[in-house]
Design a binder for this molecule. Structure first.
Ligand code: NAG
Ligand code: NAG
Ligand code: NAG
Ligand code: NAG
Length: 480
């Protein structure tokens, strides 16, 4: 090696080293140690979310970590996205309190990780720049801290799908910068605190699937941006608060289903002109549906099922219904509403126990061929569902139990998408086709079917009460 060449090599390696030094500018030591403390609190990481988290390497380059531009190499985001359908995409363990060393955190996303446990993580209180908190679908438990209001700089607080219990703390009134409050699918109880009225800029309030009780407070006139108010599946009592009317300019999703609400459905609901979803199902609402509902033309999801609503059912003018459920009220509709059968975006049509009296053959199609669920149970419908079922490649469920259907079951060509079929208590004849074997649920009981049942997983109850069905799970067919 000539001395010149040696010098050249030395220069090159110096440059390389310098280059490496620049690109390997380390993240802040507090961030590194805070993140490593988090990692050591995790007992299982089967999909390797943190496989490149090595001490001494730049933590800004670790997976799931982001140091935003202009953050002086400080960690600003942690983003862990599990997958509820992937058995390996989860994390087990608890949050290390030392995560509070990652002082510049602005957003944390721990979504669908399923198996994070422990109480409400206190490190959140020591992160002055934190604005977005998403810890969804894990197993955090215990009460929400009474001083949760100290997180007043938060824009998003989403703790959906954990096991938090006890009341919603009244200090929530201090979270005045919240855009989104999502506490759905926990075990929270007690009333909605009055302080929630201070969340004036919130557009998303999700408290569904808890055990909240008391009346829905009447303070909604203070909200100017609310689009989603989801309160279904709780134990709320009382009526629909009059101040909902002030939400008219913004509210798009109003979900109050499966509570213990009662009273008449107020006229003013028809002034909520941005409504796309209205769910009042499974409550104790009674009386007539206001005629003024004709004004709700933009609605696409309407669920009024399982109340005590009576006729006359108003003449509605919904332009594009996607999901309609009017089942089990005291309606005698006679016919299926035209605006429902003609909708081009119909997905689900549930009109069980609606006093419908018609021949099904006369219903040639439903708006499009892409509907998924149809429930016509408990009506006085006769004829054959062949037009509605055959060749409908997206149909998943078809129920028409307890009607007067009369057709040869061999004429029904079950789409491959179909999972649930209930034709019980009709006058269906012919034999059971081989194609039922692929269904998840089947009920053909109490019809006039005959012949050998194809081998399947269904219990005898699915076939009982027919004319002359035989073979497993019913008694064996007699030799001819
Ligand atoms: C969840 O975590 C617990 C304890 O932290 C552990 O015993 C359990 O095996 C984990 N479950 C799964 C599905 O990994
Ligand atoms: C609410 O915020 C104010 C001002 O930031 C503070 O003084 C007060 O203690 C907070 N209240 C609660 C209950 O956190
Ligand atoms: C099958 O239908 C009958 C009659 O409608 C009903 O009583 C029974 O509960 C149904 N069975 C199942 C398993 O759904
Ligand atoms: C039902 O239809 C099949 C196939 O077309 C036919 O073979 C059968 O005889 C029919 N059954 C009755 C009872 O009409």
């Amino acid at each position: 090696m000539t001395p010149r060449y040696a010098m050249f090599l030395a220069l090159v390696s110096l440059l390389l080293f310098a280059g490496r030094y620049v690109s390997a500018a380390k993240c802040h030591p507090d961030d590194e140690s805070g993140l490593l403390a988090f990692k050591s609190g995790i007992t299982e990481d089967p999909s390797g979310f943190m496989s490149n988290w090595e001490p001494g390497t730049d933590c800004c380059h670790w997976s799931r970590i982001e140091c935003a531009e202009g953050s002086n190499n400080r960690v600003t985001t942690m983003g862990f996205f599990g997958d509820l359908d992937d058995p390996d995409k989860y994390l087990s363990g608890t949050f290390s309190p030392l995560l509070s060393k990652v002082q510049n955190l602005e957003g944390i996303y721990f979504q669908d990780l399923r198996n994070l446990t422990g109480p409400f993580p206190k490190f959140l209180f020591n992160l002055p720049k934190l604005s977005d908190v998403h810890i969804e679908n894990s197993k955090l438990s215990g009460p929400l801290p009474t001083d949760i209001g100290r997180l007043s700089h938060l824009k998003v607080l989403s703790l959906t799908g954990n096991r938090f219990s006890g009341p919603i703390p009244s200090s929530i009134s201090n979270l005045t910068n919240l855009d989104e409050l999502r506490l759905g699918n926990n075990l929270l109880s007690g009333p909605i605190p009055n302080g929630l009225r201070q969340l004036k800029v919130v557009y998303n309030v999700v408290l569904e699937k808890n055990q909240l009780s008391g009346e829905i407070p009447n303070f909604w006139d203070s909200f100017s941006k609310l689009q989603y108010l989801l309160l279904s599946n709780n134990k709320f009592t009382g009526g629909i608060p009059t101040s909902f009317e002030s939400l008219a300019p913004t509210i798009m999703y109003l979900e109050l289903g499966n509570n213990q609400l009662s009273g008449k459905i107020p006229d003013f609901i028809s002034n909520l002109k941005s409504l796309q979803t209205l769910d009042l199902s499974s409550n104790g609402f009674f009386g007539v549906l206001p005629k003024s509902f004709k004004k709700l033309t933009a609605i696409t999801n309407l669920n009024l099922a399982r109340n005590k609503l009576v006729d006359p059912f108003p003449d509605l003018a919904i332009e594009r219904i996607s999901y309609l459920d009017l089942s089990y009220n005291k309606f005698k509709l006679g016919d299926i509403p035209k605006w429902a059968t003609s909708s081009e975006i119909l997905y689900s049509l549930k009109l069980a126990g609606c006093g419908i009296k018609m021949r099904l053959d006369d219903l040639k199609s439903l708006g499009n061929d892409f509907y998924n669920f149809v429930d016509f149970s408990d009506n006085e419908i006769s004829g054959s569902p062949v037009n509605l079922v055959n060749n409908k490649g997206s149909l998943v469920g078809f129920s028409a139990s307890r009607n007067q259907l009369k057709f040869n079951l061999s004429d029904l060509e079950l789409p491959r998408s179909l999972k649930y079929l209930d034709l019980s208590k009709n006058q269906v004849f012919g034999s059971v086709p081989q194609s039922v074997v692929g269904l998840d649920k089947l009920n053909l009981s109490y019809n006039r079917l005959c012949g050998k049942i194809p081998a399947s997983k269904f219990p005898a109850a699915a076939f009982e009460g027919n004319a002359c069905l035989c073979g497993s799970p019913l008694p064996a067919c007699r030799r001819q």
